[in-house]
Design a protein around this ligand. Sequence first.
Ligand SMILES: Cc1cc2nc3c(=O)[nH]c(=O)nc-3n(C[C@H](O)[C@H](O)[C@H](O)COP(=O)(O)OP(=O)(O)OC[C@H]3O[C@@H](n4cnc5c(N)ncnc54)[C@H](O)[C@@H]3O)c2cc1C
Length: 383
Amino acid sequence: MSDDWTDEERQLLDANRKVADVVASVAADCEARRRPPTEAWEAYAASGLKGLLVPKEKGGHAARATLVAMMAEVQGRADPIGALTFMPQEYCIAAIARYGSDPWHDEMLRRLMAAEISTGFVLTEPGAGSDATAIATHAARTDDGWVLNGAKAWVANAPHIDEYFLFAQTNPGSGAKGIAGFLVPRARDGVSIGAPYEMLGGHVASIADLKLTDVRLEAERLVVPPGEGLKAALSAIDMARINVAAMCCGALAVGLQTALDYTTQRHAFGQPVAAFQGMQWQLAEVATDLHAARLVTFDAARRLETEGSAPVEAAHAKKFATRAAMDGLDICMGQMGSNGLKHDSPLPRLFAAAKIAKTLDGSTEIQNIVISRSLLAPYRDRL
Ligand SMILES: Cc1cc2nc3c(=O)[nH]c(=O)nc-3n(C[C@H](O)[C@H](O)[C@H](O)COP(=O)(O)OP(=O)(O)OC[C@H]3O[C@@H](n4cnc5c(N)ncnc54)[C@H](O)[C@@H]3O)c2cc1C
């Protein structure tokens, strides 16, 4: 979508492609054995990509949105949920770089960028998903730090993260005004991790609940002060939505290619099934949706890059690309008849990923709220 990459950006794209090759090589095994993609994590740690979104003066790459979207598309071709086990860490690392104000935070940032430790985003709770202001995990101030009590849900990589980037309420009943962000070590007394969820797919991400029972934290483990927590949690939300859209473009491109390869060699009624016009037109619809999904996704990335925020464009991209991927992969699987259902091809895994992507980083309904709010903004006095 862009051919004006700098030499440094080409190196990052190249490093990302090598990581994606590893992701792709283990994706089927990770899903079948419900195991994390440790080989991909090792490749990512060695790739030099850590600190992708951190400013250069803090030792990062300060990658621009179109570049990151391009990397996400390549990862989506390999395994979107596999990529979600390491790419979103970059949003956490960038937020720690932005909000951390203590020398200890700088040291944690250094260790995160050196891949000595890992982190992950912990916001959702059993009783609060889309409405993040309703989180109830309580952080109470003590003389020398904090004590956390509560429960978290849908924590990707829960059993493997060293330091959870976890959001909690410091002043119950105050909504966003009381939310703060902490680094919580997995190994700390009082942290317990549930069994990984059994889901439609995406088992590579080891998603599980966390329970926090009288978890004591030193004062410096507060990274984002009360009142800034929700802003920090959502600071990369436009980029996250664009990247999920880009991953879906990658997944759908694989679907289309797989269907073309299959239908041009599979015969029925004396000819390749791709020779039937009904089949060709289905693939043409998928190709149109893929083309449109890419345009809307990279348009949003370009807007984010130039304007600094692109909430409506990111919402359009996420809504459109996740729907295009799910509907399109359904068609591509159908093109392969019963064989489309078998895990011999990546399509069932990618189809599950597209379904999962619809909920991640704000469901389709939440994107519609963003879009309709902007449509109706000029008419606010009539409503
Ligand atoms: C694979 C995967 C990985 C995840 N990883 C993480 C993670 O690492 N860390 C983390 O914190 N979270 C994670 N999540 C959680 C994810 O962010 C939430 O699931 C998401 O925010 C939706 O919340 P919910 O599931 O509680 O749905 P709910 O908020 O309970 O919504 C239920 C339904 O109601 C709809 N709805 C809600 N509000 C409105 C409204 N105002 N108008 C219209 N419809 C509405 C929703 O669209 C949805 O269809 C992950 C989820 C998945 C699937």
